[in-house]
Design a protein around this ligand. Structure first.
Ligand SMILES: *Cc1c(COP(=O)(O)O)cnc(C)c1O
Length: 474
């Protein structure tokens, strides 16, 4: 491709994206594609000759769009929001246009230094002290894996530099609540600690970790000759946005010298509001913290913010430093390749920079407050509605509900079918998209508000859909 063609197709594509965004509301939120339907539209063998890209752009709508679920649709209420602001789309173009590999400072000083700048902005935005240093990871899952690897190495006096987990010492144990994200379990397993040494402790009726259970589990493990190693506290669980009691957990972690990792993947964004920061009171006592600006905030996927108090420790665990990666500036600069698992890294800092230049902290705060108010509005409707039940406190923007008609009271199996049917009707109508999910054996519907363009009217509309879906059933 020559530059002239790139210019032409590039302008067309930007128009295409803008048209898509402007008209997204007219589309079905959830893709109605059947398994294999998209695949069947593509030839089974690669094109032997080139020159067909313009044609591919013309078939985007016909061949690809039927298989797209619209995460930036204003009636997207599933999972957690994953906002990709216009500004971060533009930043992605710059990052790809430059095609930079920011693995070491020298490989593009701007990539490292802009990352230092924006991660420090982010630190200030969520009210963390200057004791924290941030690095951009791809996802919370890998950040949590890094945290548990660091915890393992601290607790084992750097066993990886000796016999690793083969040294025959007492097993290390990890603690979290039964509401912790599956990435915590995955990290514990990948860190080689073994499922037998992962304690997913009972949560209370607000779905937060029970500190009494944490204490007794630690004591029991110590009694059995095991080595308690780390506790993961979740601020904003994926199921219900429950908040683990961080201050109390931090006190236990300190007493038993456990690594404290805070998973605030979703809720971290709320901390740009000073009025929300009591939710993670105690965070300063943690060793590591992750949150995802690629969720609610508006920085397009992927962008996970990992903050640590002791970068030297992180580097000691993550660095290998072969001779071909060493440079003259190594003593004075950050080489972010030593701050996570992979070597190569995209220039992701651009996305946060562009995003903040576009909306500003105040603009972001206003949007987050709007979403919190929309969630409270919906929660109030649910509270007042006959047969509808709130399944968990609404601490952020996710409202967990279910419909419990009189005749199904107490019949969990029937309630599961009934609520799954409500979700199916709404999702297949294409008018809105929400996630059915189990909470301690009970079926519920999660309405997770916070797509960038979701206004009150969209929340009103999904509530009407919910109400009419049950009138139709009976
Ligand atoms: C979404 C989420 C994760 C996983 O995030 P990824 O960036 O997709 O790995 C982890 N923890 C919590 C609480 C989450 O909500």
């Amino acid at each position: 491709m020559d530059a002239a063609t790139f210019r032409l197709l590039g302008h067309q594509l930007v128009d295409w994206i803008a048209d898509y965004r402007e008209q997204v509301e007219t589309r079905s939120v959830m893709s109605m594609a059947k398994p294999g339907e998209v695949r069947a539209r593509f030839p089974p063998t690669p094109p032997a000759t080139g020159g067909h890209l313009a044609e591919a752009l013309r078939t985007l709508e016909r061949d690809l769009m039927p298989g797209i679920t619209h995460w930036n649709h204003p009636s997207f209420f599933a999972y957690f929001p994953s906002n990709t602001s216009y500004a971060s789309i533009l930043a992605d173009i710059v990052a790809s246009g430059l095609g930079v590999q920011g693995m070491s400072w020298q490989t593009s000083p701007a990539a490292t230094e802009l990352e230092e700048v924006v991660m420090d902005w982010l630190r200030q935005m969520v009210g963390l002290s200057t004791a924290w240093t941030g690095v951009i990871h791809d996802t919370a899952s890998t950040a949590t894996l890094c945290a548990l690897l660091c915890a393992r190495e601290r607790a084992s006096s750097y066993a990886q530099n000796a016999k690793g987990l083969q040294s025959g010492e007492a097993p290390l144990v990890i603690y979290a609540s039964d509401q912790a994200h599956s990435s915590v379990e995955k990290a514990a397993l990948l860190a080689g600690l073994g499922r037998a040494h992962l304690r997913l402790l009972d949560s209370d009726d607000r779905h937060a970790l029970r500190v009494d259970r944490l204490k007794s589990a630690i004591e029991a493990d110590r009694g059995a000759g095991l080595r308690p190693c780390a506790v993961v506290a979740t601020i904003g669980t994926t199921g219900t946005t429950a908040m683990d009691p961080l201050e109390d957990i931090a006190a236990v972690a300190k007493q038993h010298r456990l690594w404290l990792h805070v998973d605030a993947a979703m809720a971290g964004t709320a901390m740009v509001l000073p009025e929300c920061r009591q939710m993670w009171e105690g965070v300063e006592a943690a060793d590591s913290l992750v949150f995802n600006p690629h969720k609610w905030m508006g920085v397009g996927f992927d962008f996970s913010a990992y903050f640590v108090r002791d970068p030297e420790h992180l580097i000691r665990v993550m660095s290998t430093n072969p001779s071909y990666l060493r440079t003259a500036q190594d003593g004075e600069v950050k080489n972010f390749r030593d701050w996570h698992i992979q070597l190569g890294r995209r220039f992701r800092a651009l996305k946060l920079w562009f995003f903040l230049m576009d909306v500003g902290v105040e603009g972001l705060q206003a949007r987050i407050r709007r979403d919190l108010q929309n969630a409270r509005w919906l929660a109030d409707r649910v509270k007042d509605a006959k047969d509808w039940v709130l399944m968990a406190p609404v601490s952020l923007q996710t409202v967990c509900i279910r419909h419990v008609p009189d005749e199904l009271q107490g019949d969990e199996e029937a309630l599961t079918c009934h609520n799954l049917e409500i979700a199916r009707r709404i999702n297949e109508s294409g008018k809105a998209y929400l996630t059915p999910s189990m909470l301690k054996g009970r079926q519920m519907l999660r309405v997770s508000i916070g797509a960038e363009c979701t206004e009150r009217r969209h929340v009103e509309a999904v509530w009407s859909e919910l109400l009419s879906s049950v009138t139709h059933q009976h």
